[in-house]
Design a protein around this ligand. Structure first.
Ligand code: ZN
Length: 82
């Protein structure tokens, strides 16, 4: 039996995406936060009264099952950052 466990190996993939809080227009997600922010400036230029934005950051990670520390019959989860 395998079990989950938590882990952190670095190399996290983060993705930023802006969204307008005036009209709920979604931005363009990008791993480069500045590139994602460029959408907000273009949106502001097109809609000068839309000055509020929300940045959503998504962290991608994986989980796998490994043998438990006390018993292989008790599953433990682990977070794996790839
Ligand atoms: Zn807007």
């Amino acid at each position: 039996m395998r079990s989950p466990r938590a882990g952190h190996a670095g190399g996290e993939e983060l993705e930023s995406c802006g969204a307008c809080t005036s009209c709920a227009a979604p931005g363009v997600p990008d791993e480069d936060a500045e590139a994602a922010q460029a959408w907000t400036f273009a949106h502001l230029a097109a809609h000068p009264t839309h000055t509020g934005f929300r940045e959503e950051i998504t962290r991608h990670w994986r989980a796998d099952l490994v043998p438990g520390p006390t018993s292989p019959a008790v599953p433990v989860a682990r977070r794996v950052i790839t």
